[in-house]
Ligand binder design. Sequence first.
Ligand code: SF4
Length: 310
Amino acid sequence: MDAVLNPSPAPQSPSPTPIGIRPRLPAWLKVPLPSSSAFTRTRLLLSDLRLHTVCESAKCPNHWECWSRGTATFMIAGDRCTRACGFCAVDTAKPLPLETDEPQRVAEATRRMGLQHVVITAVARDDLEDGGAEHFRKTIEAVRDLNPGIVIEVLVPDFLERSWAIDRVLAAKPEIYNHNVETVRRLTPAVRHRATYDRSLAVLKLAKERAQAPLHTKSGLMLGLGETREEILQALRDLRSARVDIVTLGQYLQPTLRHLPVQAFIPPEVFAELQSESEAMGFLHVASGPLVRSSYHADEFSPSTAQPAR
Ligand code: SF4
């Protein structure tokens, strides 16, 4: 099948649905709001340590579930991004200076939460010479010092493909280096206008080649932006060619009416088919489902269980 993945078709033009009203959310994307004291504990801890999370900033639909499990994805280097990707809810604005004690605060939060696997991401800081790579290095080192034995996963920007900036992050030896291609080649200019598909593949390849220690690489795509099945499979093949080990596939959800509209809601059975096809391509770990996000249940993959592709 090479049609646009569109089992719940978005309205055609002229549209029977008024402009600006999203198609009805299917049942499989409705998440219950738990009443959990664990959620409140996580919220208070993060606010006490003045930390940002992508869970809140990107309006992640799993916010309640993950925080109730006592996990969160830290977002360092501020909450103002220098890019303005069409899918992303993080604010675009002139960033503030880096906070030098932030690495320590992330380390302390990791300790207090008792995390065995931490995911650290950042806004794109194209205003900084190294894109924030040194801040990543310091944060990884602070987290490891205070939490020996922890698995550290970084979800990094493309650092404009500067290999020396990638080296700075790798110098701290994260176990997992994640950089999302986000969408298929054809849609990248509309979805991430300041990035390119090839640059993202190159960054993943560079990280693998330049790592001084075994490194699992990871990437992910959002579905429902109008891509075809063949385009998704090609993107997965491209990631395998870049020797990426782990892949995530999830449903794109429009965070506000200013962001790109959802073109299709992909049913769970299509995600299950893509999971099987990805596994058959040789990825070590695949997470594919409507609510899957880059960091969703990230701790379900343990780097000690499988050698990364060389
Ligand atoms: S999936 Fe990731 S970003 Fe979303 S709430 Fe969970 S940890 Fe946060």
